[in-house]
Design a protein around this ligand. Structure first.
Ligand code: SDX
Length: 429
């Protein structure tokens, strides 16, 4: 009968140790017993990007990178994208179950009735330069929201926590839209509670002189599908940031602001912006081979390609590609599409990418849709942050309620100077 354990021999001492295996892992703290002497600190694991380290146990999202599987609370992303809507998916991520009709209706009511932001927020948003990146504006504004709701610090009070969750999910589109309108020198458009979550967002972005904005139903649904696909993705860089910052027991606005900061990076949520700029830089289909050559020479990265977990086609990218064609029927074909398709065609057939198992990820085709919808490129990561807020909050709450949770404080391998004495400035040379 095989035992669920590792037996390791420390060749420095000849001692052997039995380390239990649970759920495919060993506890890193079990390595500390492996010492060369009584005063030895004991072994640690070294995993700088946490590539092979489970930082938590979670029931929220399941990914199988080899098979290209993504499920929220057990439901396949393909079914949710086809049959659900973003607010229902946000409920699922946060509550663990699909809502009943009455649960869904009260959830939608709660979110819809928290879409307004304090009028003072307009004043400091006006303080940003006209060309301020909207992700920087979102990051700063969401962090500042914690000052408007000091009661949010009562994170272990469920009702208080619930209300902040409603506020954050509801106010993200409003703040994002205000940032966009600020960058265009346009007046802010207030929420319209008659519209859906994505319909209201489009209203706050695009409404001009019409008395009541009417979203195009194809665009409204396409954005809703994109929001579903971006809602959560287990322990990605920004979710890890939210969990780590949240482990200090700070309020959820500050923890989500940390997630926005992580998502802003071009290797993460900023990749949709970087991927579109890359396609614009390539410029035409016939220039794709030369660009691919630069990628293979290590000069540039193929933005929107590759993934830490997916070593197959990102299942979200497949759905986004299908959605793009539906959007283009309304908006007209995005001329960059043929460049994107050529990049994909060449890359999927090239040994460099095959060997490294690099496929289009969620960010490769998204930008084509956003650009066709009329969003400026710098708004693309903001369009990632809006839906990811529900995933971040689900991860944050699960962390908070997990009995294993302690403040995150990793160790290090010190490779600096040994003890040395201070040298007066006149003796430094
Ligand atoms: C998201 O984690 C998540 O779940 C994130 C996300 C989510 O929903 O939260 O899915 C959203 O962030 C998607 C990823 C968006 N980022 C990009 O599209 C940026 C471009 N892609 C990469 O930089 C890269 O693929 C990462 C960052 C996504 C993953 O990098 P890894 O896992 O650290 O892989 P690596 O950098 O170690 O690369 C392995 C090899 C290297 O080659 P060698 O040094 O072995 O020769 O693959 C190469 C890399 O150079 N490589 C690429 C490449 N990605 C990896 N080469 C060219 N172009 C790329 N895009």
């Amino acid at each position: 009968m095989s035992k669920e354990s590792l037996t390791v021999i420390d060749n420095r001492t000849g001692k052997s140790y039995e380390i239990p295996i649970t759920q495919g892992t060993i506890r890193a703290m079990d390595l500390r017993q492996i010492k060369v002497s009584e005063d030895d600190f004991g072994l640690m694991s070294y995993d700088p990007a946490l590539e092979n380290t489970a930082s938590c146990k979670s029931r929220i999202t399941f990914i199988d990178g080899e098979k290209g599987i993504l499920r929220y609370r057990g439901y396949p992303i393909e079914q949710l994208a086809e049959k659900s809507n973003y607010l229902e998916v946000a409920y699922l991520l946060l509550h663990g179950e699909l809502p009943t009709k009455s649960e869904y209706e009260s959830w939608v009511y709660d979110i819809t009735h928290h879409t307004f932001i304090h009028e003072n927020i307009k004043k400091f948003m006006d303080g940003f330069r006209h060309d301020a990146h909207p992700m920087g504006m979102l990051l700063g504004t969401v962090g500042a929201l914690s000052t408007f709701y000091p009661e949010a610090k009562n994170i272990f009070d469920e009702n208080t926590r619930r209300k902040q969750i409603h506020r954050l999910i509801a106010k993200m589109p409003t703040i994002a839209a205000f940032a966009y309108r600020h960058s265009r020198g346009l007046p802010y458009v207030y929420p319209d509670n008659d519209l859906s979550y994505t319909g209201n967002f489009l209203n706050m972005i695009f409404k001009m002189t019409e008395l009541k904005y009417q979203p195009n139903p194809v665009i409204e649904r396409a954005l809703d599908i994109l929001f579903i696909l971006h809602a959560d993705h287990e322990q990605n860089c920004s979710a890890n940031a939210v969990r780590a910052v949240g482990s200090s027991l700070v309020d959820p606005y500050s923890a989500v602001a940390a997630g926005i900061a992580a998502l802003y990076g071009p290797l993460h949520g900023g990749a949709n912006e970087a991927a579109l700029r890359m396609l614009m830089e390539i410029g035409s289909k016939d220039k794709v081979p030369a660009f691919i050559k630069r990628v293979k020479a290590g000069e540039v990265r193929l933005m929107g390609f590759g993934h830490r977990i997916y070593k197959a086609y990102d299942p979200r990218a497949k759905i986004i590609k299908q959605t793009a064609y539906k959007v283009f029927e309304v908006t007209g074909l995005n001329p960059l599409l043929e460049i994107a398709l050529e990049v994909e065609r060449i890359a999927l057939d090239d040994e460099y990418f095959i060997k490294r198992r690099l496929y289009p990820n969620v960010d490769f085709y998204t930008g084509l849709i956003y650009q066709s919808l009329g969003f400026p490129v710098e708004m693309f990561p903001v369009l990632f942050a809006i839906p990811r807020t529900s995933g971040w909050l689900a991860q944050w709450e699960e962390m908070l309620l997990d009995k294993d949770t302690k403040i995150v404080r990793p160790r290090q391998v010190y490779i600096g100077y040994d003890k040395r004495d201070y040298v007066p400035i006149e003796q430094r040379g």
